[in-house]
Structure formats: C-alpha cells, structure tokens
Design a protein around this ligand. Structure first.
Ligand SMILES: *Cc1c(COP(=O)(O)O)cnc(C)c1O
Length: 568
C-alpha cells in the first residue's frame, strides 16, 4: 500500500519533528519559569527592602534616619582615614605608649617583686602559702575598706564575711551538677530562687535559676527570649530594643547570639527611656523589651509600667534589670522612700535579673534570673540527649558550678533576713540622698555640678553644670573632677554620653560619706574656672573617646588593657 508505505516512511520523521517541536516548547517553558522566578525574587527582594526601610523610617523617623546615615558615613570615612599608613603608624605608637603606661601602673615590677610563672618544684608549706596570700591581699590599692570605692565591693560586714568563709569551707568540694551527691546544695539553690521570687512578688507560676553574676543572668534572659521567639514565632532575625543606659551585658548577649540591637535615647530631664521611640521600633522581629530598675550609669528607674503596656499590647517579653537594685529596691516602700513599680506585680514583666552579690551581700559570683513562668525558664536550658558521655542537661552557661558560692549566698540571705535588708536599705539610700543634697544645695557645688535625673536607689550621678547658665569662673571639666578625686584616694566611676561621674553607695561608703562630700567640695573648688594642662587618666581617655567618631582606637586601648591583666 503506497499510503501505508508513505506512512511507514514518515513515522520516524514525524516523531523527530514532534520531538523537536516539544523540545522547543520545553525550553521556552523553562525560560519562562526562570524569568518568572527571577521577577518573583526581585519583587520579594524589593518588598523585603521596602519593608526594612519602612520599619527603619518608622523607628527612627525621617530626620533620625538621615542623622543616622550621616553619622554612619562619617564614622566609616573616619575609619578609612585611620587606616592610611601614616596615620596608622602614629595611632599605633600612641596606643602602644598608653598601654605601656597602663602596664607600669598595673603590673608591679622591680627588685622587691617575685613573679611565679612556673610551678614550684616542690610544693610550699601551708605557712608559706599563707604568708604570700597575706602579702597579696595587702598590695597597695584603692582603699575600699575605708569606703573610697564606688560600687565594686558590696560588703555586708566582717561577721557576715566570716560566716561566708565557714559556708565555703563546708561546701568547698560541692557541685550542683551532682544533686544526688550534694543534696544540701540543691536544696539551698532552690530556696535562694524561691526567696528571691517571693521578694519580687512573682505569681505561683514563677521560676528561676541562680547564675554566676548579673551578666550571666541577663545573657540567659536574652537567650530565653530569642529561643522563645524562634520556637513560637519563627523569628530568624531577632532584634532587641534597649534603653541606651541599659547594662552592656545586653549588648554582649546580642553579640554572642547574633541579635540586632536598637538603642533608645534616655533624654534629659528624666533620663528615662523614651517609650514613644520604643513603641515605634517594635516590629515582627522584636524578641524582647528591656527596662532598668535602676540603671548602672545614673541610678534612674525606667518607666516600667509604660514598657509593660507595650509588652502586653504586642505580646512581647519584658525584662527588668534589677541587678543593681537587687535587695534594696524591694525594700524602698517599707523604708518609707518613694518607690517605683518595677516587679512582677506589673503585668507585662516576664523576667527579672537580681544580683544577690550586690545588695544581697552574697559573695561575688552570685545572681538570680527570675521568670514569670517555668515555661519561659525552659528556653534557657541546654539539653543534649545523645552525647556519648550520657544524657546531659544544664540550666545555664556553666557545666560544673561552685556549690560553695551557693552556700555562701544562702548563708548571707538567711543571716541578713528581711529586717537586715530593710536596715541596709535605710542606711544606703539615706547616704545617697545626702550626697545628692550636697550636689544640689551646697554653695560650693551647686553652681558647678548638676545631678542627673531623679535617682531613687543607691546611685547618684552628676555632670558639669550646663555652660549656658554657669559663670565661666565656676565651670569645671567633670573628668578633671574625677581625676582630682582619684588623687585624693577615691575611685568614682567616670561615665560618657553625657560626660559625668557617679557614686554607687555601699556600706563602706555610708561610713565615709562626710569625707566624700568634703573632698568633693575641695576638688570642685580647685577645678573651677581651670582648664587643666596635664590631663589625668579619666580626662585623657574620655576626652579622646568622646571626640572620636570611630571607636576602633578605644577598642584597641581596651583590648590592650585586658592583655595587660595577664602580664606577670
Ligand atoms: C552590676 C550590674 C549588672 C551585672 O553586672 P555583673 O558585673 O555581671 O554582676 C547588670 N545591670 C546593672 C544595672 C548593674 O549595675
């Protein structure tokens, strides 16, 4: 059949044609799909960018965004300038010189000094060790014993210190990681947490953990908030909103855990965090709001109820940092002082950090982090179910922990009791008020210094009075005041942005408060109308630090300082 033969001949051809045509459409289809995907990606990218820009604009405002951009650009250009070879070698030389001077001050050297850099070939006798320990404790230092040091040593008296030593001795080998071996330590830790929860008015559901200090408590609270946001809301680019006066431990946590930080101004005259700005910065990536009660720099308590309203409305956790407030702030009302709302009675507050090693007078290395619910606490736990060393679980950063410190903390809390803490609250807050009154009202001080905000607890900060309403003959450079106080044997804290100094009153300072005010008067009078030629340490460091837009030199200096700590 001609037809069929023609068909038989043309079949392979047809197939070929068909395949060719289809290959064509397949390619076209593929090209179209790629095109579509590309456009979709572009749209998503633009959306993401627009959204980010929008969030940024809402958070910082148009003017604020422009200012931020300007500052960032200036800072970057300055960093480029610093990297120019000529500039860099000059900077290097200056930094090295500053670090060498620091080393001279911190690391003793010379004929009378022996440093031990290898093990003694045969062990010392106990008496040799004792004698050397005594020498070490008596090395020349700023006299905290005479109340010369702001903060730093939160000492509860020598009787309490002796009791702590007894607790150390009894529990020296203990480690709460083995609760079956050290049941007493487990019991004490649980009781420290329970007592602190009760003091901060936690509800029935409250829970907590002890940690090695305020920084760890804060780092744990930030971690818990990040894990919660990831697990419950899928937040992969977490952000926290911080008052600029909040403790650096929050920024440390953010750096460790890759969290973006939004810093919010705490403007004069209240120096509390601007809650309007906090509100504008909240977005889908926000994992945590923060307030301090009080903050470290100025001793100011943020508006916790206002932050709480935002937290409740946006269903966000709110951490209140009571590390410094510790066991003073809960006693303010009972002591008859003005008392802010700061604890779990404020409904939006979900976690609180409390340093038992500050005004709890526990030995250093103690703090507590509290949560409104045990579910929230779970987010800070670390559990490893499949380790060859066995199923592993730990509540915080450390593995093994010193049971001795827990025993020392428990002994302190039980010895002090509510009446003991009420009494120390009265003494410390009254001393802070005395210093504050002197700065506000004393004829020699009031024209040169200004108290920052309205301190409520143990810290009072002051800055140089504003230039506009100060007689030039009465003006002071606040860092010169800090340096002159150092010359008189005081260690007060220098602050920046704005330049200021603060006193964190401790029990040793309570006994020295008259001396402090007298020396401050003398120093301020000597600094009035003077621009000192030879700058002291604080003036030099903060003078430079404040003037630099890019902080890489300050970072260099500070890292050099840390290196110096390990020189023998
Ligand atoms: C001291 C302090 C902390 C934590 O400091 P640590 O030195 O780690 O104990 C946190 N917040 C405030 C306000 C503090 O004063």
């Amino acid at each position: 059949m001609p037809g069929s033969s023609r068909l038989a001949v043309s079949l392979p051809q047809l197939r070929k044609q068909y395949n060719l045509r289809h290959a064509g459409t397949r390619q076209q289809l593929l090209a179209q799909a790629i095109d579509l995907a590309r456009n979709l990606l572009l749209v998503l990218f633009l959306l993401r960018y627009t959204r980010k820009t929008f969030i940024h604009l809402r958070g910082y405002g148009v003017l604020g965004s422009i200012q931020k951009l300007y500052k960032d650009t200036y800072r970057r250009l300055y960093a480029v300038f610093l990297r120019l070879p000529l500039v860099q070698s000059k900077v290097r030389a200056d930094v090295d010189k500053a670090i060498a001077e620091l080393e001279m001050k911190l690391v003793p050297s010379g004929p009378g000094v022996t440093s031990y850099t290898t093990l003694p070939a045969s062990g010392w006798t106990p008496d040799q060790v004792r004698a050397e320990l005594e020498k070490l404790s008596e090395m020349q230092h700023t006299r905290w014993e005479d109340g010369r040091v702001s903060g730093a040593v939160y000492h509860g008296g020598s009787e309490l210190a002796d009791l702590q030593s007894e607790a150390f001795k009894r529990f020296g080998v203990s480690n709460p990681i083995h609760p079956d071996v050290f049941p007493g330590v487990r019991k004490m830790e649980a009781e420290i947490v329970a007592m602190t929860l009760a003091l901060f008015n936690a509800p029935e559901t409250g829970a907590g953990v002890t940690t090695s200090g305020g920084s760890e408590s804060i780092i744990m609270a930030v971690l818990a908030a990040r894990q919660k946001a990831y697990a419950e809301r899928g937040v992969r680019e977490p952000e926290i909103i911080l008052p600029e006066t909040a403790h650096t431990a929050f920024r440390k946590a953010a750096e460790y855990f890759k969290i973006r930080v939004h810093l919010v101004a705490c403007p004069a005259p209240s120096y509390r965090v601007n809650t309007q700005t906090v509100r504008r910065l909240i977005n889908a990536n926000t994992i945590l709001l923060v307030g301090s009660a009080p903050n470290f720099p100025h001793g100011i308590v943020d508006d916790i109820p206002a932050l709480s309203q935002l937290a409740v409305k946006h269903k966000l956790p709110l951490h209140v940092d009571c590390c410094l407030g510790s066991f003073i702030i809960p006693f303010l009302a009972r002591a008859g002082f003005p008392a802010p709302d700061f604890d779990f009675r404020v409904p939006g507050v979900t976690s609180i950090s409390v340093d038992t090693h500050k005004y709890g007078f526990a030995p250093k290395g103690n703090s507590v982090v509290l949560y409104r619910t045990a579910d929230l606490r779970r987010y800070q736990y670390y559990v490893c179910p499949d380790w060859s060393g066995g199923v592993y679980a730990s509540p915080n950063m450390a593995g093994s922990r010193p049971g001795a410190l827990i025993a020392g903390c428990w002994a302190s809390l039980m010895r002090m009791g509510a009446d003991g803490y009420l009494d120390t609250c009265l003494q410390i807050v009254a001393a802070r008020q005395k210093i504050e009154d002197a700065v506000r009202k004393n004829e020699k001080l009031k024209y040169s210094l200004t108290v920052i905000g309205k301190p409520m607890v143990s810290v009072v900060a002051f800055r140089a009075a504003a230039v506009t309403n100060t007689d030039p003959a009465l003006r002071v450079d606040i860092y010169d005041v800090a340096d002159a106080m150092s010359h008189r044997g005081w260690h007060l804290n220098a602050l920046q942005d704005p330049p200021a100094i603060h006193v964190a009153v401790t029990l040793p300072i309570v006994a020295a408060v008259e001396d402090l005010i007298r020396d401050l008067e003398a120093v301020v009078v000597s600094c009035q109308g003077q621009a000192t030629e030879k700058k002291g340490d604080a003036a030099a460091l903060y003078g430079v630090a404040g003037a630099l837009p890019d902080k890489s030199i300050v970072r260099e200096l500070a890292s050099g300082f840390l290196d110096t700590l390990y020189k023998t």
